[in-house]
Design a protein around this ligand. Sequence first.
Ligand SMILES: [Zn+2]
Length: 131
Amino acid sequence: MAHPRSGRPRQSCSTWPSQFRARLGVSELPLPDDADLRQAAVAFGLITPGTAGLSIGHGIIVRQDCLRDATLIAHELKHVAQYERLGSIPAFLQQYLAEVNQHGYPAAPLEQEAVAFAESEFPSQGDPAKL
Ligand SMILES: [Zn+2]
C-alpha cells in the first residue's frame, strides 16, 4: 500500500526493529544519566525545556503536548534509522555531536536528513524543536 502523501510504498510495522521503544507523553525531556552526555546536551543546547522530542538508539521520547505531531515522530524515527545505519549509540553520537559542533544544530547533516525525511512524509506541518 502506498503512503497517501509521498506515494512511496508503506512499510509494514512488522518489519520495524523489535528493539524499538517509545516513551511518549513526558512533561519535559530528561537529561541523560551519563555525565558526559548530560554535559554535551547542555553545552550544545540539545535538550532544553523547549525540546519536543529526542531519540537514543532504538528509543524515542516525545513531550506530552507534541504527541499528535506526526512530523516530529517521523523526524525522530529517521534518527532511529540513522542510529541503526551507524551501528551504535556511541557511533551516532560521535558523528552527530561533531556535526553539530562544526555546522551548528540546525545545519548538521544528520539533522538535515531527519528534517528532510519528516518534511517528505508530512509536508508543511511546521518545524517544532526536536533533537
Ligand atoms: Zn533531529
